[in-house]
Design a protein around this ligand. Structure first.
Ligand code: CTP
Ligand code: CA
Length: 237
C-alpha cells in the first residue's frame, strides 16, 4: 500500500468548517453570546489540514485560539454573516462541518448608540429567529444547488431533559436536520464547553451509532474525519 495515501487521505478534498460562537449585537457595546470556545472546530481544521485537505475555517468568537497553519480563516460575528459565508462557499466544498454554536435568536433591533439604564427599569429584549444554516445547506443539496456528493456534518450539544436523554435528542436532531453525520456531545456540568476533552456519540443518517469515548478534541476530530472519509466518493481527486 501507499503510505502517503494513508497519511494524506484528505488530499484534494475541500473542507469547510464553522467554529466558535456567534454574537448577536444589542448595541455598540453589548451582545447575546454563548460559551463555545471553538476548540473542537479548530481541532477539526488542524486535523483535516494535516491529512492534506484544503481547509477554510469560518470562525465566530473563540477563546483566542491560534489559527492552524495552512488554514484559511474567515472571521465572522453574527449568525447572519456565518450563513452568508457558508452560502458563498458551500458549492465548492466536498465536506461541510458545522461545529459552530450558532445563536438561535437575535435581537430584532440593534441600537445605534449605547442603551442607557434610564429610570424606568429594564425594557424587554425582543428576539427574532436566525436562519438555520445547517438545514438551509441540506435543503440546497436536496435542490441540487450543492453537489449531492457533499458530505454534511452537524453538531449537537445536549444536556438531556424531562423529554429524553442526550442520545434521544441527538437522534431526533439528526432526522430533523437531514445531515449525513451528527456529532452529539453531552454538555453541562463543565462538559464540552471550553474544555480540552469531549465525549458523546457519532450518529450517521444510515443508522450507524458509534460511541465517542472521552478523549481529547484532537482525537475526536480524527474520529469524525475517519467517518467523513468513509462517506467521500473514492474518485474525488
Ligand atoms: N445550526 C445552524 N444554524 C442555526 C442553529 C444551529 O446551522 N441557526 C447548526 C449548528 O452549527 C449545529 C447544528 O445546527 O451543527 C445543531 O445545532 P443545535 O443548536 O443543537 O440545533 P437546533 O436546531 O438549534 O436545536 P436546539 O433547539 O436544540 O437548539
Ligand atoms: Ca440551537
Amino acid at each position: 500500500s501507499d503510505p502517503d495515501a494513508l497519511t494524506y487521505d484528505l488530499r484534494g478534498t475541500r473542507v469547510l468548517i464553522t467554529a466558535g460562537g456567534t454574537r448577536e449585537p444589542l448595541d455598540p457595546v453589548r451582545y447575546l453570546g454563548n460559551r463555545s470556545s471553538g476548540k473542537q472546530g479548530f481541532a477539526l481544521a488542524r486535523a483535516a489540514s494535516h491529512r492534506g485537505a484544503t481547509v477554510t475555517l469560518i470562525a465566530g468568537a473563540t477563546a483566542e485560539l491560534a489559527v492552524p497553519s495552512g488554514v484559511e480563516l474567515i472571521p465572522v460575528v453574527t449568525a447572519a454573516q456565518m450563513s452568508e459565508e457558508i452560502a458563498k462557499r458551500s458549492d465548492e466544498a466536498d465536506v461541510v462541518i458545522m461545529a459552530a454554536a450558532v445563536a438561535d435568536f437575535r435581537p430584532v433591533s440593534v441600537a445605534d448608540s449605547k442603551i442607557k439604564k434610564g429610570s424606568a427599569g429594564p425594557a424587554p429584549i425582543e428576539l427574532t429567529t436566525n436562519p438555520d444554516i445547517l438545514r438551509s445547506l441540506v435543503a440546497a443539496r436536496t435542490a441540487g444547488e450543492v453537489a449531492a456528493s457533499t458530505v454534511i456534518v452537524g453538531f449537537a450539544a445536549e444536556t438531556g431533559d424531562a423529554t429524553g436523554g442526550v442520545l434521544d435528542h441527538g437522534r431526533e436532531k439528526l432526522a430533523r436536520k437531514g445531515c449525513d453525520l451528527l456529532v452529539v456531545n453531552a454538555v453541562g456540568d463543565g462538559k464540552a464547553f471550553g474544555t480540552d476533552d469531549n465525549t458523546g456519540w457519532l450518529l450517521a443518517a444510515t443508522g450507524t451509532e458509534t460511541a465517542l469515548p472521552l478523549g481529547s478534541k484532537t482525537l475526536m476530530a480524527s474520529r469524525i474525519l475517519d467517518a467523513v472519509t468513509d462517506l467521500l466518493p473514492v474518485d474525488r481527486c
